[in-house]
Design a protein around this ligand. Structure first.
Ligand SMILES: NC(=O)C1=CN([C@@H]2O[C@H](COP(=O)(O)OP(=O)(O)OC[C@H]3O[C@@H](n4cnc5c(N)ncnc54)[C@H](OP(=O)(O)O)[C@@H]3O)[C@@H](O)[C@H]2O)[C@@H](O)CC1
Ligand SMILES: Nc1ncnc2c1ncn2[C@@H]1O[C@H](COP(=O)(O)OP(=O)(O)O)[C@@H](O)[C@H]1O
Ligand SMILES: [Mg+2]
Length: 273
């Protein structure tokens, strides 16, 4: 297992070309949020925009659109249940705050049927997969699963220790051709061949919404054309680094994920040499 340090991250990171345009940086589609969880969608979209995606479209329930327009005007929207054109996007994420009811389950199935490029599956998408295990075999290869401990055990069965979870994560990543990020204090990232442990982040991230931001960040890197494993490594590292930078102005108690997203810019500057 390799500990993720700044040197390995600097090798992965690709600078933006000075003459680039939005079309060069990909179009991300984020399927997130529901009536009581629209915040998850807003956090995810903001983090995605702050991580370099050229365009971000959020799929949300139509009733929730006002909240979104006022908080993330940079994001475009499409509405849950309306007919979609899957081919316009370069990366996809599904799960934060979508719930696990029948329509969320059908939407996840629709995505799996139509999308053949690596996708980020988080939160309720993982809870739906846990209840529909056969669908794990149908996910696009090199998709990225981002479970916390409880989601991990829902997916792959109860474990007694973190070390046992890490062994299962590697085995399942290899067997299912996926990348698994087992999130926690020191997140573990594996593609079944290589495994990594993150070294950034702090307990200020132990708050609702932190994982939703990570999903947005990784989705932005996929949109920009990073290899899925590199998108996962860079995403986990920079998410934690932005939280560490936030400690300069906030305590772990007072830190908000919005503060962390606002500090992504400083984190990018740190890894750019
Ligand atoms: N603003 C919004 O709209 C927000 C929307 N959100 C959305 O809500 C949905 C539900 O997501 P969720 O993760 O809160 O619920 P759930 O899967 O039951 O897990 C919670 C339990 O898991 C455990 N646990 C977690 N980490 C652990 C660890 N490292 N180590 C050990 N245990 C750990 C811990 O369980 P405990 O130990 O307390 O038994 C914890 O209580 C989802 O779609 C999400 O995107 C949220 O993001 C919040 C902001
Ligand atoms: N004590 C901690 N130290 C470092 N990182 C943490 C800590 N607690 C949580 N995190 C990070 O915060 C994120 C939490 O994700 P998750 O539990 O899915 O949150 P949510 O679903 O509420 O958005 C993960 O990336 C995790 O690694
Ligand atoms: Mg989560």
């Amino acid at each position: 297992m390799t500990k993720l340090d700044i040197n390995s991250i600097q090798k992965i990171f690709q600078k933006r070309a000075p003459n680039s345009h939005k079309g060069n940086h990909g179009h991300a589609l984020i399927i997130a949020g529901s009536k009581s969880k629209i915040g998850a969608a807003i956090i995810c979209a903001k983090a995605c925009l702050r991580s370099g995606a050229g365009l971000v479209t959020l799929n949300i329930p139509k009733k929730e659109r006002i909240a979104l327009f006022s908080s993330v005007p940079e994001a475009m929207t499409e509405f849950r249940g309306e007919k979609k054109n899957w081919t316009s996007f370069n990366s996809f994420a599904i799960g934060p705050g979508i719930g696990t009811n029948k329509s969320a389950t059908n939407l996840l199935r629709l995505l799996i049927t139509n999308v053949k490029i690596p996708t980020v599956f988080d939160a309720d998408a993982l809870n739906i997969l846990a209840k529909n295990q056969h669908e794990l075999l149908n996910l696009p290869q090199k998709s990225i699963l981002t479970p916390h401990v409880k989601e991990f055990d829902r997916l792959f069965g109860k474990h007694d220790s973190e070390s046992e979870r890490r062994i299962t994560a590697s085995t399942k990543a290899k067997e299912l051709h996926l990348i698994i990020i087992l999130k926690g204090h020191k997140s573990f990232i594996t593609d079944g061949e290589k495994s990594f442990e993150n070294t950034t982040g702090n307990s200020g991230l132990a708050k609702g919404g932190s994982g939703d931001a990570l999903t947005g960040i990784i989705t932005a890197f996929l949109a920009q054309g990073y290899e899925p494993l590199n998108a996962a490594l860079l995403g986990v590292y920079i998410h934690g680094l932005a939280a560490d930078i936030t400690l300069e102005t906030q305590s772990p108690e007072s830190m908000l994920i919005t503060d962390v997203i606002d500090n992504l810019g400083r984190a990018f500057k740190k890894i750019q040499n």
